[in-house]
Write a protein that binds this ligand. Structure first.
Ligand SMILES: [Zn+2]
Length: 260
């Protein structure tokens, strides 16, 4: 059964949907020489195995993102209090994950991974058992499948983090606006970015990847001048350092709670 991403937040497009903030602006990360630091709260996970897998997958996704060279760069940092945002286990929600958009409140800058993003569904496990070549080493096959699932989920969430909304946002997320890019595409232009569908089925995870067209469109948006307009929305750059002090205090408070 397909599981949804919980990140919602459209007057969008069937091309790239870019998030519009409540002040009517379109926000991007401010690009500087310093990559945006991304951490992980290892202690939020139920086991060290899960924490280690999430860390490995996050590093792999950030490296691939940087290699695509679209604008802002991200770097993995080990301590959450040093990060612009971090990945953590979000609990037993029924969806895969939840991310945020640039320009949202800094206290919300987390990628939450929920239980389905770290666990194989019954039907995926059954499928692995029924695959003859995998039957002899089912635990290795399970580990490989879990990593593939999580990499694809993080690839999806990282597009949210740079401002991209779901490909069907104009129909399903009408409470929050987005703007299409390029905005001169006709309405019947189909969005082929299946990775950004709100509901993702593990059966097609192996086929999903960032499309070159999507990366190019993000690159073009990040190449515009600050203050330019995307449709009727002014582009506003957001520094990752906004709210850094607040997030550091939260991270330290959580650390003290763990010690107590
Ligand atoms: Zn999503």
């Amino acid at each position: 059964m397909p599981i949804c991403c919980a990140t919602s937040s459209t007057l969008g497009s069937k091309s790239l949907n870019y998030h519009v903030n409540h002040d009517n602006s379109v926000c991007r990360w401010q690009v500087t020489d310093i990559p945006i630091p991304v951490g992980i709260d290892l202690f939020s996970f139920d086991s060290s195995d899960e924490a280690c897998m999430a860390r490995t997958c996050l590093i792999a996704v950030l490296e691939r993102f940087n290699a695509s060279n679209f604008g802002p760069k991200f770097q993995f940092v080990d301590h959450p209090s040093h990060s612009a945002f971090f990945v953590r286990f979000g609990g037993d929600h029924s969806s895969y994950a939840n991310a945020f958009f640039p320009g949202s409140h800094p206290k919300d800058w987390y990628i939450d991974l929920f239980r389905p993003s770290l666990t194989l569904s019954e039907d995926q496990e059954q499928s692995l058992r029924n695959t003859p070549s995998r039957g002899e080493d089912i635990s290795a096959a399970k580990a490989q499948a879990l990593e593939q699932n999580l990499v694809k989920i993080l690839m999806h969430e990282m597009l949210h983090v740079v401002g991209v909304r779901h490909c069907d946002a104009q129909d399903t997320e009408t409470m929050e606006r987005c703007v299409r890019y390029p905005h001169d595409l006709s309405d019947d232009k189909n969005n082929e970015e299946r990775l950004m569908e709100r509901s993702l089925d593990w059966r097609i995870f192996s086929q999903l990847d960032w499309m070159n067209r999507t990366l190019q469109e993000i690159r073009e948006i990040y190449a515009m001048k600050g203050g330019d307009f995307l449709g009727c929305h002014r582009i506003r750059d957001v520094s990752w350092e906004v709210g850094a002090k607040q997030r550091k205090e939260i991270a330290l408070r959580n650390a003290r709670c763990c010690i107590a």
